[in-house]
Design a protein around this ligand. Structure first.
Ligand code: OGA
Ligand code: MN
Length: 375
């Protein structure tokens, strides 16, 4: 009797895990009717319009990074989640292609760090894009082809490189944060009421159609008063936003290509997860939607460039069955520095590999993210 009560408490206890498993289930597929779709964004009792600071970013500055004027963004808050802002694809038509190309061709390059570095030599991971282009351009042969490096890419870190093993960032493992992504992040956070955001660390997650990301909180950054920014391209995801404890049942929402989330204030340290990748609804994926256009390429100082037809062919083929998520973090507050700990002087590559690919089927990943998939 006592035993039974305990096990009931345990399973009923972790409401997040239950809902994670519900949405991850393959057979039979779950009912998606409760999943919030901000792209259909009619405000309801749960969805409220979010106030943006339209004066903080000029239309010209926005266009340079491929964004629409801030006054035309469709931004929402969620009842019960103060500080959470969802912006439904604010990109100019045609400019997602530039950011996709950066995520697939540019950001995986050295000195940035990726999962393949953990078990391959630096010459083998030198040109992930170049080594994958041929394989990705071939028409499907019907036979099982070996996966290209790009298809085996699971994560890339930028700026202060996150150490999956110690769950820390450190001063001595750092490379320059990409200026273009810094600029995009600065404008988005400014419009959301956080001027002076300093993009210091980035984590890119590369999802295949059967991948999921375990339940976690992003708490390794030292200053939690700065927002965390997230955006995605390609296939859609079911995103679960929970509470400060695992007992709080999460809210499910779709994240489509180009959508952004800002987690700030009380929502900065909430549990969240991605139990499932779902096909982009018709007209949503950057792939089919828009291809590439010159967007803002005529202005001085423009960040977003035209993507070549060859590059776009590879990107769109890749995104057909994948999703790329970019999170941008400010690690340190003004005047802050890293605490001196023994762990800031050691990095163990071998154990980092194991730390990331998590075989658990229930979304359990302690307080850190993990991607896992069925293959
Ligand atoms: C993360 C994260 C969510 C996503 O990288 O920390 O929570 O939508 N990503 O992929
Ligand atoms: Mn996260």
């Amino acid at each position: 009797m006592a035993k039974m009560a305990t096990s009931m408490v345990e399973s009923g206890d972790d409401a997040f895990r239950k809902i994670f498993k519900f949405y991850r289930r393959r057979n039979p597929p779950p009912d998606f009717s409760k999943v919030i779709d901000f792209s259909k964004g009619v405000p309801s009792d749960k969805i409220v319009p979010a106030k943006l600071d339209a004066a903080s970013v000029s239309d010209v500055e926005a266009a340079k990074v491929g964004l629409q004027p801030v006054r035309s963004w469709r931004a929402f808050g969620l009842q019960g989640y103060p500080g959470f802002i969802f912006i439904s694809n604010p990109f100019l038509v045609g400019s997602q292609s530039f950011w996709v190309r950066q995520c697939l061709k540019t950001y995986p390059q050295k000195p940035n760090v990726c999962n393949l570095d953990m078990h391959m030599s630096s010459s083998d991971t030198q040109d992930i894009w170049g080594k994958s282009v041929h394989g990705l351009s071939l028409p499907p042969s019907g036979k099982k082809e070996p996966k290209t490096l790009l298809e085996r890419l699971r994560w890339v870190t930028l700026g202060y490189h996150y150490n999956w093993d110690t769950k820390t960032y450190s001063a001595n493992h750092h490379s320059a944060f990409p200026a273009d992504l810094h600029s995009l992040s600065l404008h988005i956070t400014a419009a959301c009421g956080f001027p002076g955001f300093n993009a210091e660390a980035g984590i890119l997650n590369y999802y295949r159609s059967d991948s999921s990301l375990g339940i976690h909180v992003d708490e390794s950054e030292i200053d939690h008063s700065r927002p965390l920014l997230s955006f995605s391209f390609g296939q859609s995801a079911i995103f679960l936003l929970g509470g400060i404890c695992r007992q709080d049942p999460p809210t499910a929402m779709y994240m489509h290509s180009g959508d952004m989330m800002v987690m700030s204030g009380q929502s900065r340290l909430l549990y969240h997860a991605v139990p499932r990748i779902v096909p982009a609804p018709h007209g949503h994926a950057a792939v089919e939607m828009e291809g590439r256009s010159q967007a803002a390429s005529l202005q001085d100082g423009t960040v977003v460039e035209l993507v070549s037809e060859e590059d776009w062919a590879v990107c769109s083929r890749y995104l057909h069955s994948s999703r790329v998520n970019v999170t941008v973090r400010q690690v340190l507050g003004p005047g802050q520095s890293f605490p001196e700990t023994p762990s800031s002087h050691q990095r163990t590559n071998a154990s980092q590999t194991a730390g990331y690919h998590d075989g658990s089927a229930d979304g359990e990943s302690g307080k850190r993210r993990r991607i896992s998939s069925y293959d």
